[in-house]
Design a protein around this ligand. Sequence first.
Ligand code: ARG
Length: 462
Amino acid sequence: MAHLWSGRFAGDPDADLFAFGASFPFDRRLFEDDVQGSRAWAAGLARAGVLSAADAAAIEQGLRQMLELGTADPAYVSDAHGDEDVHAFVERELIARIGDAGRRLHTGRSRNEQVAVDLRLYLKRRVPDIQRAIAETIGKFVALAGRAGDALMPSYTHLRRAQPILVSHFLLSHCAALRRDFDRLGGVLHEADELPLGSGAIAGTAYAIDVNGLAAALGFSRIARNSIDVSGDRDFVASFLHAASLGMVHLSRIAEDFILFTSEEFGFFELADEAATGSSLMPQKKNPDPLELVRGKSGRVIGHLTGWLVTMKGLPAGYNKDLQEDKEALFDTEDTWLGCLRAVSRVLAGLTPNAAASGQAASGLLLATDVADYLVAKGLPFRDAHEVVGAIVRRLLAEGRAFDELSLAEWRQHSPLFAEDVRTAITPLASVEKKQTPQSTGPTAVAAALSETREWLKAYGS
Ligand code: ARG
């Protein structure tokens, strides 16, 4: 069969090597983008007086029909003809449909810029779907916070009990990270929003193409700065992979938290039966497999980022075939990230908070900071207060007791500043209610944060 470049060669390429170099099995996913880019290019050629109105109309009609066929039936974009890549597929199909006019479409254009425009268009249409999935996950956290009400739990540092918090405050902490993921994708969209066409293979094009008009027609807000840069630039792919890697790091940490907090040891939340799996041997098991898989898949996405950076780092200026490796990394990352966001959303939707268990864990020695704050309020310097409370903690640990078991006389053995009110001041709820700053676990702050998140979700339309 003839390839886009067959003219220069006396014979056919080695079949195995051709298959090795072909990208159609995976870049067919860019079909829609390749057709849209080609429609705009044909119109640009016509406006520059390179294509006759009749040829341009034939190309436009042929491409539009192909797009309809491909949209109605994905199998239309099939491997049956052994095409090298999606660009070859589109051109061959077009020529098969409209004849000679189709042979004029590639005037002044190169696949090097075509693949760049396709990928940028692809990201521009797919990234909003990922943003929607992130917003949906945030929505599930907000709903869970609603079910948690005013339940308390311990916060942890070094995975040791630190201070009491509202369960909803903990849930909102994950929303904060997801909001950054959402915004980071906004940055990726901005980076992708640049028209590469007009760059030719590397040196630009010899035809008077109105690239600004072309950018507007394809929805790009600006044009590329340098044709050489265009043919070798995949920074926007790296940025997407980086955004995805951080997004997966966040999902992995969410997964880890709920694997822990739904375990027998913590029991702060109950996993829905539908979100768990059993053991083939141990009848009592209720395993959090979906969360473990999310945690596990983060490695593969980070691997794509690492692999892609390594692929790019040694390339000389201009297009190199190595760049073809960008697509499988990008597509698998997109699928994995979306799949994990949906899995986490489903698991969150089925979680039941256990306020008794988490509240119970939020009382005890983790109130030590509140005892120190109590003494500070009575005028003691914090460093001294820390020491006094350290001694009380040592005593309680030795006696196996808690703050609320101390009599006033026992309190006063440690400092004369302790008075009757110490017995009501040192509770998990009082601790939480004392917090003042907007980012704190103070109930007013958390209520405000929750409603701000709900407003954000509404504004986003989810
Ligand atoms: N399939 C190629 C890729 O994905 C398209 C660009 C090919 N350009 C070339 N000069 N061989 O990178």
